[in-house]
Design a protein around this ligand. Structure first.
Ligand code: DHK
Length: 162
């Protein structure tokens, strides 16, 4: 992606689940040292460099996340989602993602497979084209690039915002 100026613009929604707003604040730095606003800024800068219109959202509420996934239908070309703790419990979020026609990347700040066993099974993964975990804020930037590539490599005319 050396020349993004000729690429059609894309729309990506980046959905963050419960407690993501606290990233960077825990003493153990489980989720790195970037605060949530810093992560958002990094993602927005990355998206701009790729010609991606990014909507970066966070909620502590499962229903709100489901509402956003449904709203993204027909509006967004792709979704990046870190459902946080709901990753391991929410069949409702999985069902909403399965009904989304665009590309989906599941992202986690930490390497969930190095952590407690209850974090080793994601319900979200069944709906995701790919999963990025363990790379902190870099992984969030990679996730935006990955979803943009998936959309553009499938069919540029599929872009909702082209
Ligand atoms: C974020 C959380 O809040 C945890 O509940 C997940 C995920 C892992 C992350 O690594 O980004 O277990």
């Amino acid at each position: 992606m050396s020349n993004t100026t000729t690429l059609p613009p894309l729309t990506v929604w980046f959905l963050n689940g419960p407690n993501a707003n606290l990233y960077g604040l825990d003493a153990n730095k489980t989720y790195g040292s970037d605060s949530f606003p810093v992560l958002q800024s990094r993602c927005e800068q990355k998206a701009a460099s790729l010609g991606v219109n990014l909507r970066f959202l966070q909620s502590n509420h499962e229903g709100q996340l489901i509402d956003w996934i449904q709203e993204a239908r027909g509006v967004a070309d792709g979704i990046v989602i870190n459902a946080a703790g709901l990753t391991y419990t929410s069949i409702a979020i999985l069902d909403a993602l399965l009904a989304f026609p665009g590309k989906i990347i599941e992202a986690h700040m930490s390497n969930i497979w190095k952590r407690e066993p209850f974090r080793h099974h994601s319900f979200i993964s069944k709906a995701a084209h790919g999963v990025i975990a363990g790379l902190g804020g870099d992984g969030y930037e990679f996730a935006i690039e990955a979803v943009a590539r998936l959309v553009r490599n499938s069919d540029p005319k599929n872009s909702k915002s082209a």
